[in-house]
Design a protein around this ligand. Sequence first.
Ligand SMILES: [Zn+2]
Length: 254
Amino acid sequence: MRDETGDAIAALHALLDEADSIVSFTGAGVSTESGVPDFRTPGSPWMINKPIPYDAFVESREVRIEAWRRKFAMDDHYRGAVPNSGHRALARLVAEGRSPAIVTQNIDGLHQAAGVPEDKVIELHGNGTYATCLTCGWRHELASIRPVFEATGEPPACAICTGPVKSATISFGQAMPQEAMRRAQMLALECDLFLVVGSSLVVYPAATLPVIAKRQGAKLVILNREPTELDAVADLVIRAESGVVLGGLVSRAR
Ligand SMILES: [Zn+2]
């Protein structure tokens, strides 16, 4: 039997070897092998509750309480998630200087946990591993918020300015982080290989990044379990679990 995935992995290695500037763009699929649920999977906790719009969070104490209750329930779902071989392979590309940064739709912090410096992870949807004050921007740690929330039932307020404190993720109805989007677009414009890992590329404007890269002449590789709308314009499409495919890169010298 011909090993189509094996052929595709060989083609991926060849493209990676040719490239001087690789930008990885990751979605939920890179983290499912770490036990982080994909919010689009039927039956996942994200599908049971309607997302809480940003404005409702700001305006209502009751909504903030509900948001924090859900947040900690969700955290318990993937407590102990650690980077998998996909995260480690992408981290290695950064460490070797072959990739200037990773652009991610994920909020799980697993790229950083795999050793990628904070300033080289561009988070389009924010980060769920800490919280920020919506008024003054001060960072608050979940470990100190949770016991107080569970003891008092009150939503956390900023110790500096008393403003509402929210998980540092981008909520439904909240503006995309402009600086992160600007940096991601610059990377798409300057790379010579744009590597999509575990994203079905349906969330805009983030999904325009592969198109930007492709138009300026970069090669486009899509590694995802499901078909995507950009498969037809990609130079290489691999439909497989990302950790399995990228794991081979970790043990392989250039
Ligand atoms: Zn504040």
